[in-house]
Design a binder for this molecule. Structure first.
Ligand code: ZN
Ligand code: ZN
Length: 342
C-alpha cells in the first residue's frame, strides 16, 4: 500500500509499505478520508520520531475483522481514536483520561495518511465509532477534533451566557467558536491575522472579529459593554496571542491554553495580577476522552455543527507534500482532507 511518510514539513514522501497484518481482536480499516491537524505540522514535536506516518483524524470502512472482535463486521463505516486511555489508572479514574500513560502510548499502525491502518485490540475495544448513514466519511474525520474542543470547553467550565474570546481562527479556533455558539455563549469575539479565517469565524458564529494585530483587550472592552471576556480560549501557539489573551480576561474568568508554544518559550506571569483578588483561572486542555468522542459524533450527526463547511482543500495521497506545505503556511487553508485512495 502507499503511505505518506513524514520526514519534515517540506519533505513528505509517498512510499510503499506492506498492508498491516491483523491479529486477534484487531481491525483493518481502509481509509477513505483523513483530516490534517495543526499538530501534524509541529516539526519540533515530530522531529525525534521521523520518519513516520501521521494522521489521527480518520474515517473509513472495516475490511478485515480479527478473531473474537465484536460487534464490528466487514463493510462497517467507522471513525476511530488513535489514542485510547486505560480507564483504570489514577488519572483516568479522576477524569483526566488524556494524561493517562496508556493514552499517550497507543496509536494506529502505521497512521491515517495511508491506504490502510491496523487498529490494535485496545483501540478496537474502546476507540471505534460506527458512522451513522447521515455522517459522511469527511464528517467522521471531525469526531476527534470536535472531541478535543468539547473537552476544552469542559475544562474551562464554559457556561451559557458567557462572553468568549477565541485567539486564533484556524480549525481549532473555529471549532471553539462554533461549539461555544451552539452551546449558548452570549458574545463571541474571534481574532486572527488572516482575513479569510476571520470571515470563516463570522460564518460559524463569531459576533465580532478582530485583527490579532490590534490592541485586543481594548477592543474586547469596546465590543463587550465595557467588560473583558469571561472566557479566553487561546488556540494558537503565538506568544503575542498568549500574552494578549491573558490581558483580555475579566475578573473571575478563565484563560485556557489549547495550543502548545514552541519548546523553551516562557511567558512572564504576575501571580498577584492573576490570582490575588482577581480570581482568574489559567488552565490547559489536550486531546479528548472516549465520552467526548461519542458526544462529538452525536453533535455532528444531528447537524448541530456544520463541520464540512470548514473543508477548504482535498488532496490524494500523491499530493500529500503539497497538503503539508499548505497547512504549515496556515494562510488560505482551513481544514485539509487527505483521501488516501486517490
Ligand atoms: Zn488533532
Ligand atoms: Zn489511564
Amino acid at each position: 500500500m502507499r503511505v505518506g511518510m513524514y520526514y519534515s514539513n517540506n519533505d513528505v514522501r509517498v512510499e510503499e509499505m506492506p498492508v498491516p497484518q491483523i491479529g486477534p481482536g484487531e481491525l483493518l480499516i481502509r481509509i477513505e478520508a483523513s483530516g490534517m491537524c495543526g499538530s501534524d505540522v509541529m516539526e519540533w514535536y515530530r522531529r525525534d520520531k521521523v520518519p513516520l506516518v501521521l494522521g489521527h483524524e480518520i474515517a473509513g470502512s472495516v475490511v478485515e475483522v480479527g478473531q473474537g472482535v465484536r460487534p464490528y463486521k466487514k463493510g462497517d463505516r467507522v471513525s476511530a481514536s488513535h489514542h485510547v486511555p486505560c480507564n483504570t489508572c489514577r488519572y483516568c479514574i479522576r477524569g483526566h483520561h488524556t494524561v493517562c500513560d496508556t493514552l499517550r502510548q497507543t496509536h494506529f499502525d502505521p497512521g491515517g495518511f495511508a491506504e490502510y491502518v491496523r487498529l490494535p485490540a485496545i483501540n478496537v475495544d474502546r476507540g471505534v465509532y460506527p458512522l451513522p448513514d447521515e455522517v459522511s466519511f469527511e464528517g467522521g474525520t471531525f469526531i476527534e477534533p470536535v472531541a478535543c474542543v468539547l473537552r476544552s470547553l469542559r475544562m474551562a467550565r464554559f457556561e451559557p451566557g458567557q462572553s468568549v474570546l477565541v485567539m486564533g481562527s484556524g480549525v481549532a479556533g473555529l471549532l471553539h467558536v462554533h461549539l461555544a455558539k451552539s452551546m449558548g455563549a452570549a458574545r463571541i469575539v474571534a481574532t486572527d491575522v488572516v482575513e479569510s479565517r476571520l470571515e470563516a469565524a463570522q460564518r460559524l458564529g463569531a459576533d465580532v472579529v478582530l485583527s490579532a494585530r490590534e490592541d485586543v483587550p481594548a477592543r474586547v472592552r469596546e465590543v463587550n459593554d465595557g467588560w473583558l471576556a469571561d472566557l479566553v480560549l487561546v488556540c494558537t501557539g503565538a506568544k503575542s496571542a498568549q500574552i494578549q489573551g491573558m490581558e483580555s480576561v475579566e475578573k473571575g474568568g478563565t484563560v485556557l491554553f489549547f495550543a502548545p508554544t514552541d519548546p523553551g518559550v516562557t511567558v512572564p506571569l504576575s501571580l498577584n495580577d492573576f490570582f490575588f483578588r482577581n480570581d482568574i483561572t489559567l488552565t490547559t486542555s489536550y486531546a479528548g476522552s472516549p465520552a467526548d468522542h461519542v458526544e462529538a459524533l452525536e453533535l455532528i450527526r444531528l447537524g448541530r455543527l456544520r463541520v464540512e463547511e470548514m473543508i477548504t482543500h482535498r488532496f490524494g495521497l500523491t499530493e500529500i507534500g503539497e497538503a503539508f506545505t499548505l497547512v504549515a503556511e496556515a494562510r488560505n487553508s482551513i481544514k485539509v482532507i487527505i483521501e488516501p485512495q486517490n
